[in-house]
Write a new protein. Structure first.
Lengths: 437, 488
């Protein structure tokens, strides 16, 4: 078959692009391919499937009616086997070929396995698809103990979910002796770590896995480097992901960790775009291209890709500098995450890991007993990073102050003293176009 | 077609920090006085006198909706409200990371996120806000109703920059629809609109140009003709003040007195603008015009304007109203009533239509000038329906601003002396007093404490009078014999 627009992937980036394409081109042939045979969902929701908070059917991002209304041909349960970028042709696992005029790669990422001897032979679980989540839940019905490899978002969410189901959980770190090391600094990380320990989850950050001995069924024996062994009824691995992009033959676009894109999500191949976890776009701070696999970036990149694919950015492209100035183009990836755990809330945005000194000024308020933490990182009068644990701040307001490079001038001290009111006021005045600051 | 929705408008400059909105919201949403439950938040503790509530603005492209991994936030296509669905929410709080305006927040008491949902269409906070810092705007209803209708004037008409007439005639004709014959007597309406250009008419309904003197009579004939043929055609006049109050008054008055079924809309720009800004009988005292200039001999128009709407009120019309495009909901309600009334009798709508060129004010200020005229009670908005026999102020202004605030923004009044301003003010007071009295007492003044100036019932007995001997001045006696009492 032939189609004008082909989107591979049906999560946030792909759907956002589809919506945007349809705004500008209501009739152009639009086909969406998903390797999973189900309605679209977000991988971000999977920890809550594990914890039992929601069911697989409740949280679908679109229904059948959406595809009918938007005239999108949705091919689910079809995996892309190869993409011939020169011939502009995709081959699916059932042998079907789709010729396209423009293609968006929104295939996200897939879990990676650490090079631990015996891991591949074990019946381990990952948490990247609905099937994975349902597999974990099934295994958890019988399991009494679980070992989780990885202290990132996936590992920690899985730990909480399984602990709440009554399992005895042991979390073992990956490369770094830290919990959520990409987002939280030393102090805040320790607070989070403590909460997990207080809830009976084992998480000794000195432990490292040497090898794994697969046992009966799901069981495994995890051998640590210090010689100790932990018996697990089930094994969950959350040590990292990598972009799903191994299907190009003939003229693949440039790639590093992800598919390299410019600020309109275009790859080095003229009719190929990429968006979401698979794309490597410019970073807001370093101005170099880096992966920034977070949900808000996925839909934003998807939107820009959709605009670019449907020709909506042509007028803007024609004027050098205009796109960036007017905000049509991607203005860079900012790290931003929320992490809620055992009734506590936390968020980390921007350059949250910066410690004191140099060109940055740090302001910290901390109360370990109440599990409260608030950190602001300033460069001059601009906020560039923040962390909050159980703070009353609005993460979005803080994130926008960073993103918009708001110069707080002489209000920095007021902000430090009352960040909630001052930050809200700044954003409200910005919106109303009467920025008093 | 884009949608339009009700809006919860926030004016932080009017906020006095009383916090009643927070309490009202908490009460309605959580049956509590703990403002942690309030979806609308006060901002406080500033050194300058800033308060100002913050609340969800129901964004057109809500980032929170896109951020939600569980489809627990949706934008309602009918109301535009961004709804939160508790049953699907996983409290990941990524929505709070998306919202730039603190519209959705985490409630630590309920352990859920929460946001404003307009209380289903009747916001509790608006009701308790005494300063007007919170307003629930329902203008979108008008947009939804009118925007699908066809604009029956062509695009690209040659009105002056900022012309109000071009705006209002489009609104009027779109509202009354295509089964209309349009009479446009000489003036701005035919000149810039109906006549069109390059041999093509600017108007998409059958239209004609009566003489300035006979708009109402010509329309009357057309209406009667179509009725006789069994067709209900709206006969619409878009007349200037010249064609209505001056040379056109004679035929207008006659048609109204006869109860002709016409919708007569008067576009009062207080002068003959199309022909070079000459004065008319609706030009106010003191106005500069080309025939009442300002110089050593004259300081603008020496005479007061005549108030047409009240004159027309005394014609037993089916409907009489004053209107302004600056109040579009009021405007359309009146056009609708006038349109319906014109099927039964004479409907007269007097529209205040400032002229940027003739009055000399900037082209982007027309609506602002109209608002000032209404807010000073210089041009009060009222209507009279014969079926109800009541004169009603449709936009009562209880605390009018000083007349100077209206006069100051208009170039044609720039030279006014204190005396002239006072005279204008007195005339405005007179107008308002008469209107108010009619509004209070009604036209028939029955059942009030005022003494009846027309006596009550008397005896009606036809007299048997012989007029055979009556001299009919200059007429032959033989002729007089044919005159009998009671014949006319």
């Amino acid at each position: 078959m032939e189609t004008k627009y082909l989107i591979i992937g049906s999560s946030h980036a792909g759907l956002s692009a589809a919506d945007e394409i349809r705004i500008n081109d209501p009739d152009g042939g639009l086909t969406m391919v998903s390797m999973e045979d189900c309605l679209p969902y977000s991988p971000t929701v999977l920890p809550y499937i594990v914890s039992g908070k929601v069911d697989a059917d409740e949280i679908r991002l679109r229904d059948e009616q959406y595809f009918a209304d938007e005239k999108i041909s949705f091919l689910k349960g079809k995996k892309v086997v190869k993409i011939d970028a020169q011939a502009s042709k995709v081959t699916l696992d059932d042998g079907a070929e789709i010729g396209y005029e423009k293609i968006l790669i929104a295939t996200g990422s897939e879990p990676t396995l650490p090079p631990i001897p015996g891991l591949k032979e074990s019946k381990y679980h990952v948490l990247r698809t609905m099937e994975d989540a349902q597999g974990i839940n099934k295994a958890a019905e019988q399991a009494k103990t679980a070992v989780i490899l990885g202290t990132g978002l996936v590992g920690m969410h899985a730990a909480e979910g399984l602990a709440e189901k009554g399992l005895k959980v042991e979390v073992i770190r990956g490369r770094r002796p830290a919990v959520l090391p990409n987002y939280f600094d030393k102090t805040s990380m320790q607070m989070i770590h403590k909460v997990f320990l207080d809830h009976g989850i084992g998480c000794n950050l000195d432990n490292q896995v040497a090898s794994i001995e697969p046992g009966e069924g799901e069981k495994a024996k995890v051998i640590l480097k210090n010689g100790n062994a932990i018996d697990a009824d089930m094994l969950v691995v959350g040590t990292g992901v990598r972009s799903r992009m191994d299907f190009f033959v003939n003229g693949a676009p440039q790639m590093e960790e992800g598919i390299l894109v410019d600020d309109m999500m275009r790859t080095s191949v003229g009719n190929v775009w990429a968006a979401g976890d698979v794309a490597q776009a410019v970073d807001f701070f370093s101005e170099k291209k880096e992966l920034n696999a977070i949900l808000p970036d996925a839909f934003e990149q998807g939107k820009i890709a959709g605009m670019s694919m449907s020709g909506d950015l042509k007028a803007v492209e024609a004027v050098p500098g205009l796109g960036k100035q007017e905000g049509f183009f991607y203005n860079g990836g900012v790290s931003m995450n929320t992490f809620n755990f055992f009734g506590n809330r936390s968020f980390a945005v921007g350059l949250s890991l910066v410690e004191d000194g140099g060109e940055y000024v740090i302001h910290v308020a901390s109360d370990a007993d109440r599990c409260f933490y608030q950190k602001f990182v300033f460069k001059g009068n601009c906020l560039v990073g923040a962390i909050g644990i159980n703070s009353s701040l609005d993460p979005g307001v803080i994130m926008n102050l960073i993103r918009r490079k708001v110069d707080m001038k002489d209000k920095v001290e007021d902000f430090i003293n009352d960040p909630q009111n001052v930050s809200r006021r700044i954003m409200w005045e910005t919106w109303r176009g009467v920025a008093k600051i | 077609m884009t949608q339009a929705y009700y809006t919860l408008a926030v004016h932080p400059e009017k906020c006095n920090g009383c916090g009643e909105c927070e309490i009202a919201c908490a009460k309605v949403k959580a049956d509590s006085t703990d403002v942690a439950h309030s979806r609308i938040k006060m901002l406080r503790n500033f050194t300058d006198n800033f308060f100002g509530p913050v609340v969800c603005m129901q964004c057109g492209e809500p980032t929170c909706v896109k951020s939600c991994p569980a489809n627990a936030l949706t934008k309602d296509p009918d109301t535009g409200v961004v709804q939160w669905h508790e049953e699907r929410c996983v409290t990941c709080t990524i929505c709070t990371l998306g919202c730039p305006y603190s519209g959705i927040y985490y409630n630590p008491v309920t352990s859920h996120v929460m946001k404003c949902d307009h209380c289903g269409g009747d916001p509790a906070c608006v009701k308790v806000c005494k300063t007007g810092a919170l307003e629930y705007m329902k203008n979108s209803d008008l947009y939804k109703e009118q925007s699908p209708l066809e604009d029956l004037f062509a695009p690209g008409l040659a009105g002056c920059m900022g012309c109000n007439t071009e705006l209002m005639i489009r609104h009027v004709l779109r509202h009354v629809g295509p089964d209309t014959v349009l009479a446009a007597p000489p003036g701005c309406v035919p000149g810039q609109c109906v006549v069109g250009m390059n041999g093509e008419c600017g108007c998409k309904v059958p239209s004609f140009h009566p003489l300035l003197t006979n708009t109402a009579s010509m329309l009357a004939g057309i209406r009667r003709y179509y009725k006789r043929k069994g067709r209900d055609v709206t006969c619409l006049a878009l007349a200037g003040d010249g064609g209505a109050a001056d040379v056109g008054f004679q035929s207008l008055s006659g048609a109204a007195e006869r109860g002709e079924e016409i919708l007569f809309v008067v576009i009062d720009n207080e002068g003959y603008m199309n022909t070079g800004m000459q004065r008319s009988s609706t030009t106010p005292l003191g106005s500069w015009t080309s025939t009442t200039p300002v110089g050593p001999a004259l300081q603008g128009k020496p005479r007061e304007a005549k108030y047409m709407p009240l004159i027309m009120l005394m014609h037993s019309c089916e409907y009489v109203a004053t209107a302004s495009m600056a109040y579009p909901i009021d405007f359309h309600e009146k056009i609708e009533k006038a349109y319906q009334a014109s099927k039964r009798g004479f409907a007269y709508v007097h529209v205040f239509s400032p002229c940027t060129t003739g009055w000399r004010f900037p082209g982007d200020m027309n609506i602002a000038v109209q608002r000032k005229a209404v807010e000073t009670n210089y041009f009060p908005l009222w209507e009279y329906e014969r079926s109800k026999d009541k004169l009603v102020f449709t936009y009562p202004v209880d605390e009018p601003k000083p007349l100077e605030s209206y006069l100051s923004v208009i170039g044609k009044f720039r030279h006014l002396s204190k005396d002239q301003i006072n005279q204008l003010r007195e005339q405005a007071i007179k107008r308002m007093s008469v209107l108010q009295r009619i509004a209070e007492l009604g036209l028939s003044s029955a059942g009030t404490k005022e003494q009846l100036l027309v006596a009550g019932e008397g005896e009606f007995k036809v007299a048997d009078v012989d007029v055979s001997g009556v001299e009919w001045g200059g007429m032959p006696k033989s002729h007089s014999k044919s005159v009998k009492s009671g014949s006319n």
